[in-house]
Design a protein around this ligand. Structure first.
Ligand SMILES: O=P(O)(O)OC[C@H]1O[C@@H](O)[C@H](O)[C@@H](O)[C@@H]1O
Length: 968
């Protein structure tokens, strides 16, 4: 089949702006405020500067020497905005200026396509070509908490859009997706962020230099931003009112003025329908739950118990925010789009989307750490968050340990089967994988080395710190960044290695945090850092020398790159960190100097940069020693280390990361595509055959089929609804209804014995009780049972080793249960036990060792549920008017596969047999269809009984993988 052809935009010649046209991204400047120029209609919505990386194929890695930077939406967006003319986007007039011919002019204005800058020949490089079955639209809709701008509003005027600081790697990924270098069309959906009203009267920010050393200010022209000034000024108490015209204007600006289409999500407090005006009051409330609860806990910090009402409100806001994102995305969605959701602000979005569009393709990436289950389980909304995420088809993490923690939480908290490859949830397989994010390496290199201003600064900083070795650190103001640990380790270094006094400086830049979990903590961190700096400089400094140069500010980008280039050591001591982009930028900037990188093993980057010097930031003496060793590395050692690091950062750049994620998502979508998976039970067909049939046979497993699996097997008793449903079914004389279970006679008698119309089979077919009879037939009477004592001994051994496990002794079969034990340890022990049983009793006797749901069972090989199924079918006779003309067989585990096998081997026509497994559609099974859980089984039987609530089962199929809203 030919690969789906994405809507071709590169051949667009219409002068009318096409709202879906994102083929011509603008090279995103650091500050933009572009009016929509009346009378100038440009393809793609605005004039653009083609990113220089159009030659860069998506088949990465590329050659760092020749590669040029990709478009940079906010490349290094944490830099102080400059606002100068050269940073403004080019107006159409400016773009047109240098054109040497009419054709070039039209090309520059994007009115006709530039052949050298078209998207690649998709058949050659498009990864979608490998997955024709997915019917992809060719578009990626990214969902990120905010758009890449800080937005300023002045009623009636163009909106002011300033590059948003932080998450530069992610914004570069969006930029890449929107560029001509990627085969995708791209739309970014994000909140506007806290909109600031711009009254002309408002005085400019009174930023002042607050370096705590007071000794050196690297560049007076840089606009250092004091930490406290980073937060937007509080909105006026009555809030900000925004009318429809102004909102439309922002949407137009965002749609036309950037490297891809941006669609804002409006999070508002009130809306006046009459005037179509929205009111924004407490704008920060949308981030509160994510930043106060999730960010904190995901970084292994616990908040003090808070007032319950406030917690409920912030959760409600979080849910609502996710819901509004879902609404916005669904307005844009076209079948075949891929939804790529980012980070901890949008953890509920996957399921909210899946709930409404069951077949939507969703990838999710978590940029921050995911904590171990021991920590995660402290979260009060732990279930809802996991369930929200499990609506995705694939979930990506920065490092292997985070992905393992996640899978483990799904098993421990939700009871889902999981492995390192993924989680089986709600009848679907959710893939889990690791994708450490990179940076736009080529762009960083070009910026750091191509600019004469930077060259000058490199010289100036060198002169400033002449004869000194520079250790550089740049971190956000947040206790998890480990700045205090860094300073303490540096203090120990100075104490332990006095030979370095006067010869080493630590230049530490601390920029404001991108999240606002706790103001008090911010202040505590600021005070602690100030105290440490003062103490170190007081103890080891002099009038001419301050060992710590601390700058609590954003640095101008030229200064930042110059500093990274001048440094002799990069020092990262985060105590918890998803991915540290400073360390990657440092590696690029050290192309000439080849300085070593000291990196905390608690940063997600450590797994990515295995060649760096890894340290434990809590081991202050160890960090001090690492600094000393790094300072003494020979040029050969430095070169060897740096070459490896550099290659790694260049090859695993953000473009490669983006491509990798999407490629893996598509592979997963293809392998778990519904056409390969077990289909849902076709209720209509089943009902039609049921109505036609005259001799009907029903075979139901019990645990996991008619009742859910619970911690205590004795507590798995049939509900009133199950009993009534079975009774009604069995009361039809045309129906033979059997329960075929691994349970013993006593249990089946106790709970279902009173329904005399039912047939019962206990212990996997060892015993049978026919309908309307009290007698149990023993099919194993003559069997040698000497194996039992040996099995008991082995089970006993594992019971002693596995807290919470226990043995169930039945007449014939023996079961070892670990469902009350630690799920992961229990599973591990069960595998060991199984191996031992198979090597010993399994070889000596005719017995089978079977894995069940959190249990292991041993029983004689010749008795199994398949034999019973065979018997029951044969009991009708073989002739066309004798054999059952409707068979419904339901089971959930390995032991039930014997029944499905027996039915496959029978001579019954396929259309008369409904072999149904209960569980994930991805499960390996001999059944021909599946239902998700026991309640769907009861709904399906009710449908045959003619009960109206049977409709639920259809709904279950539709909302597979979604969270019930009531749980939220
Ligand atoms: O075959 P079923 O009904 O799924 O039961 C499987 C097992 O389920 C367990 O819960 C019982 O304790 C076992 O005795 C039984 O064998």
């Amino acid at each position: 089949m030919a690969p789906p052809t994405p809507p071709s935009r590169s051949t667009q010649t219409s002068p009318e702006p096409d709202p879906h046209d994102d083929a011509h991204p603008a090279l995103h400047p650091s500050v933009t405020s572009v009016p929509v120029t009346p009378g100038v209609h440009l393809a793609g919505g605005s004039a653009y500067i083609e990113p220089e990386d159009t030659r860069e194929k998506s088949s990465l890695p590329f050659d760092p020497e020749t590669a040029t930077p990709g478009p940079s939406w906010n490349a290094n967006s944490y830099f102080a905005p400059k606002g100068g003319e050269k940073d403004r986007p080019s107006s159409p007039t400016e773009v047109a200026k240098g054109a040497k011919s009419g054709e070039e002019l039209l090309r520059r204005l994007s009115i006709i396509p530039d052949p050298s800058k078209q998207k690649h020949d998709l058949a050659d490089v498009d990864p979608r070509a490998a997955h024709p079955g997915l019917n992809l639209s060719g578009r990626v809709i990214s969902a990120n908490f905010t758009v890449p701008y800080s937005i300023g509003y002045s009623p009636g005027n163009d909106w002011e859009l300033n590059s948003r600081r932080g998450t530069s790697a992610l914004f570069d990924s969006f930029s890449y997706l929107a560029s001509a270098s990627s085969p995708w069309n791209h739309v970014l959906v994000g909140w506007t962020g806290e909109i600031q009203e711009l009254p002309s009267a408002r005085p400019p920010s009174s930023a002042s230099f607050r370096a705590t050393t007071g000794h050196v200010q690297p560049n007076k022209a840089a606009a250092p931003i004091p930490v406290d000034a980073s937060k937007p000024p509080p909105p006026p108490p009555e809030g900000i009112r925004i009318g429809r015209k102004d909102r439309d204007r922002l949407e137009q600006q965002l749609e036309r003025d950037h490297g891809g289409k941006v669609v804002p999500v409006w999070l508002v407090d009130e809306k006046d329908e009459k005037t179509d005006t929205v009111l924004l009051k407490d704008q920060s409330r949308w981030r509160r739950y994510a930043e106060y609860e999730l960010y904190t806990l995901f970084h292994y910090k616990v908040n003090a118990p808070a007032d319950g009402r406030a917690a409920r409100t912030s959760w409600a806001n979080y849910y609502r925010m996710n819901k509004l994102f879902a609404d916005r995305i669904l307005e844009l969605y076209q079948p075949g789009d891929i939804i790529f959701i980012h980070d901890f602000y949008l953890l509920l979005l996957p399921s909210l989307l899946r709930h409404r569009l069951p077949n939507i393709y969703i990838g999710f990436f978590l940029h921050v750490p995911f904590p171990s289950s021991e920590f995660y389980r402290c979260l009060s909304r732990r279930k809802e968050i996991l369930e929200g995420l499990l609506g995705a088809n694939m979930i990506g993490f920065q490092s292997y340990s985070y992905s393992r923690h996640f899978s483990s939480c799904c098993t421990r908290i939700l009871g889902f089967d999981s492995s390192v490859a993924g989680v089986d949830a709600y009848g679907a397989h959710v893939a889990v994988d690791v994708f450490p994010i990179g940076i736009n390496a080529a762009a960083t290199q070009k910026q750091a080395y191509g600019d004469p201003v930077i060259e000058e600064k490199v010289k100036a900083i060198r002169e400033l710190y002449a004869n000194k070795r520079i250790i550089v650190g740049r971190d956000r103001l947040d206790s998890v960044r480990g700045v205090a640990q860094k300073l303490q380790a540096f203090e120990i270094f100075l104490e332990k290695y006095p030979e370095w006094h006067g010869k080493v400086v630590l230049v530490q830049v601390t920029s404001p945090s991108s999240v606002q979990p706790d103001k008090n903590e911010d202040n505590r961190v600021v005070n602690k850092i100030s105290d440490l700096v003062a103490r170190i400089n007081g103890t080891y400094g002099s009038l001419a020398y301050a060992p710590v140069q601390h700058f609590p500010q954003y640095l101008d980008k030229e200064e930042y790159f110059a500093l990274l280039r001048d440094a002799d050591i990069g020092l990262i001591t985060s105590v918890r960190d998803g991915m540290n982009t400073t360390s990657l930028e440092y590696v690029i900037c050290q192309k000439e100097n080849q300085g070593p990188l000291i990196l905390s093993e608690f940063s997600g980057t450590a797994g990515f940069l295995a060649e760096a010097v890894h340290i434990n930031p809590w081991d202050l003496g160890g960090v001090a020693d690492a600094i000393n060793q790094a300072l003494q590395m020979t040029p050969e050692e430095r070169k060897e280390q740096h070459t490896k690091l550099y290659k790694h950062v260049i090859e695993n750049n953000v473009q490669a990361w983006t491509n990798n994620f999407l490629k893996r998502l598509m592979t997963n979508l293809s392998s778990f595509d519904q056409s390969f998976a077990t289909p849902s039970l076709d209720l209509t067909r089943m009902l039609a055959q049921y109505k036609k049939a005259k001799r009907r046979l029903f075979m139901f497993d019990y645990d996991g089929t008619l009742t859910p699996i619970v911690k205590d097997p004795q507590a798995a008793i049939p509900s009133d609804r199950v009993i009534r449903t079975l009774k009604t079914l069995a009361s039809d004389p045309a129906n033979a209804v059997w329960i075929i279970s691994g349970r013993d006679q006593a249990f089946l008698d106790e709970w279902m014995g009173h329904i005399t119309e039912l047939g019962l089979s206990a212990e996997h077919g060892s015993f049978m009780r026919h309908p309307r009879s009290d007698e149990w037939e023993n099919l194993t009477e003559k069997t040698d049972m000497s194996w039992q004592s040996e099995v008991i001994d082995i089970f006993q051994h594992y019971t002693e080793k596995t807290q919470g496990s226990f043995i169930e002794r039945k007449k014939i079969a023996l079961t070892w249960h670990y469902r009350r034990a630690d799920p992961e340890y229990g599973l591990f022990q069960a595998r060991e036990c199984q191996k031992q049983l198979e090597k010993t009793v399994g070889k000596k006797y005719e017995v089978e060792v079977m894995t069940g749901k959190a249990n292991l069972e041993v029983r004689p090989r010749f008795v199994n549920k398949g034999e019973i199924a065979k018997r029951l079918v044969q009991a009708y006779g073989e002739g066309p008017d004798e054999a059952p003309d409707f068979v419904l067989c339901l089971g959930d585990d390995f032991t039930d596969e014997d029944m499905f096998r027996a039915l496959r081997q029978s001579n019954l026509p396929n259309e008369h047999v409904f072999a149904v497994t209960v569980g994930a559609s991805s499960k390996q099974t001999l059944a021909s269809s599946h239902l998700v859980e026991p309640k769907d089984v009861i709904s399906a039987i009710s449908l045959l009984n003619g009960k109206s609530d049977a409709g639920n089962v259809g709904a279950v199929a539709v909302v597979e993988g979604s969270i019930p809203e009531s749980r939220l």
